[in-house]
Design a protein around this ligand. Structure first.
Ligand code: PRP
Length: 226
């Protein structure tokens, strides 16, 4: 058995993974299996990468923060939206400039246009979202009481069936909004994926963690210039 230190990197499943792989390839950090096809959740990477053995965890985007915060992964790739919503205690050394989208308040056109639907300060509004904290924070700042309806996906449906007045969700191309007759009302902030690191690993595996950050930094530059 190898006595090399193991460096564990948590990758988000789904659409970010597709954009992550070219960056990993640029950094010489590719998994040994096709992570878009395999049902395995832990996949080996290079056996000897800057003196470390690399392994990848393939998990849901919302869980990456937890794995890295708790030290089950040394590094991870997470969207800025989840970092802002979950506020994990992790370092965020690099913007990977992938997974670009935005978090927005969206509603049916008629709701946006109807003056009467805009609740006055002190009024109430029903919002479907998985971003409970960010939504509550925004409406609190506006002096509006928001009733948060927590959903796990397909948010765009909620206003169509009267479950909510508006949604707070990620918008990338805008196709899902359009297909469901919704429009963006307010853009809350831009999102991209970030490389995150466990604070203890940053100290105990400093050389290896720094090597990944530096290689990924070069990969981001390389991708931008290509
Ligand atoms: C996300 C998001 C929107 C959609 C936005 O959903 O929640 O529904 O993508 O993308 P677009 O602007 O390019 O249409 P996802 O497909 O990840 O599934 P989910 O609804 O189950 O979260």
């Amino acid at each position: 058995m190898s006595d090399k230190p193991v460096l564990t990197i948590a990758l988000s499943k789904g659409r970010i993974l597709e954009q992550t792989l070219p960056l990993l390839a640029f950094a010489g950090l590719l998994p040994q299996e096709d992570v878009q096809k395999t049902r395995k959740l832990m996949v080996d990477g290079p056996d000897d990468w800057a003196g470390s053995k690399i392994r990848f965890l393939i998990i849901r985007a919302a869980d990456v923060c937890t794995y890295v915060e708790k030290g089950a992964a040394d590094l991870g790739i997470s969207g800025r939206d989840l970092l802002m919503e979950l506020r994990p205690h992790v370092y965020e050394p690099l913007d990977l400039k992938i997974g670009k989208c935005r978090l927005s308040i969206c509603a049916p056109k008629e709701t946006i246009e109807a003056e009467r639907s805009k609740p006055a300060v002190g009024g109430r509004i029903r919002i479907a979202t998985k971003y409970d904290y960010l939504t509550e924070q925004y409406y609190q700042q506006q002096g509006i009481q928001a009733d948060i309806i927590h959903l796990y996906g397909s948010m765009e449906l909620a206003p169509l069936v009267g479950l909510a007045d508006r949604i707070v969700d990620v918008v990338e191309t805008g196709n899902t909004l359009k297909a469901n007759g919704l429009q963006e009302e307010v853009k809350l902030f831009d999102i991209s994926s970030r490389l995150i690191a466990n604070p203890a690993s940053f100290v105990t595996k400093k050389r290896q963690v720094q090597a990944v950050i530096e290689k990924m930094r070069l990969a981001v530059q390389g991708m931008e210039n290509s």
